[in-house]
Design a protein around this ligand. Structure first.
Ligand SMILES: [Cu+2]
Length: 288
């Protein structure tokens, strides 16, 4: 059952990659209601200039996981895409759904208010513990272009965490060949499963992607935050996850932080290692 849910996430992500040519409108709004059983959410959304006035309407969500993760009160952004097969309720899908603010949730008072940072905004000085058990802070990487992503080491879905780590490993290898780029960049993989992913576990996991060369940790950290702070940290960077039955269902988020410590760019499902490398290199060498 759990497997079925997890794999259901992967397919829509691949389909959406094949349909990039379709025109997309970005919808911003607040979730009024959700129905995970039908992958539908009702959104009170803003006007989409030249396309649709502001209204409250139900939409099918392309990634069923997200229909289960969002909660009434959440502010969201999503791509509105026409459903060619006519299967979606009103002719449109919501794809690439991101939760941008969870502070409006009714029944989650315990969660500290967190809002997804937008490009240009400074990143707070988040404190993490790395694979050596050492405390690191995001401010440690000021002056470098920093590429961050989120994983959990036990992830069984090839297209999610293992893909993120193997593609980061490719970036690591490629940058190691160019000392100037290597010196001006840093990679950071953050686990959202701090209870299981201790520094020891992260070190072992990291070494597997560094071909057992521990010197690579000087350019690529594997870290986690205290469990109590993890949910807020994830929301800050647009990552959603739910823990159930010893497995974590999650979205993907890759964030590029500019050398001046501001958010530069996000990627969710659609990206390639070479695209990330190019953006990282450009950010590292950009004159301020
Ligand atoms: Cu994963």
């Amino acid at each position: 059952m759990k497997r079925a849910i997890v794999f259901a996430i992967v397919l829509p992500a691949m389909w959406s990659a094949c349909k990039r040519q379709t025109p997309r409108y970005v919808l911003h709004g607040q979730v009024v209601q959700r129905n995970p059983a039908t992958s539908e959410i009702t959104v009170k959304h803003d006007a989409i200039p030249g396309f649709m006035p502001a209204m409250t309407m139900p939409y099918k969500v392309k990634t069923p996981l997200m229909a289960a993760i969002v909660e009434p009160g959440d502010m969201i952004a999503a791509d509105l895409v026409p459903a060619e097969d006519g299967k979606a309720g009103n002719g449109y899908w919501l794809d690439n759904l991101r939760i941008t603010d969870i502070s409006g949730r009714k029944d989650r008072k315990a969660v500290p208010a967190a809002r997804m940072l937008t490009p240009g905004e400074p990143v707070p000085d988040i404190e993490l513990t790395n694979q050596d058990g050492k405390t690191i802070q995001l401010s440690n990487f000021k002056g470098k272009a920093l590429l961050i992503t989120f994983i959990y080491t036990r992830c069984p879905v090839p297209n999610f965490c293992p893909r993120l780590s193997s593609q980061f490993a490719k970036i690591q290898t490629d940058f190691a060949k160019m000392p100037d780029d290597y010196a001006k960049t840093h990679l950071l993989t953050i686990s959202f499963d701090p209870k299981y992913d201790t520094p020891e576990v992260l070190r072992k996991y990291g070494l597997a992607y560094l071909q057992d060369d521990a010197s690579g940790f000087s350019h690529w950290d594997f870290a986690s935050a205290a469990p109590a702070r993890m949910e807020k940290l994830a929301a800050t960077f647009g990552l959603s996850y739910i823990e159930e039955d010893n497995q974590i269902t999650h979205s993907m988020s890759i964030v590029l932080i500019a050398p001046d410590g501001t958010v530069s760019k996000y990627w969710t499902n659609e990206w390639t290692a070479s695209e990330l490398e190019e953006a990282l290199r450009q950010a590292a060498h950009k004159k301020e």
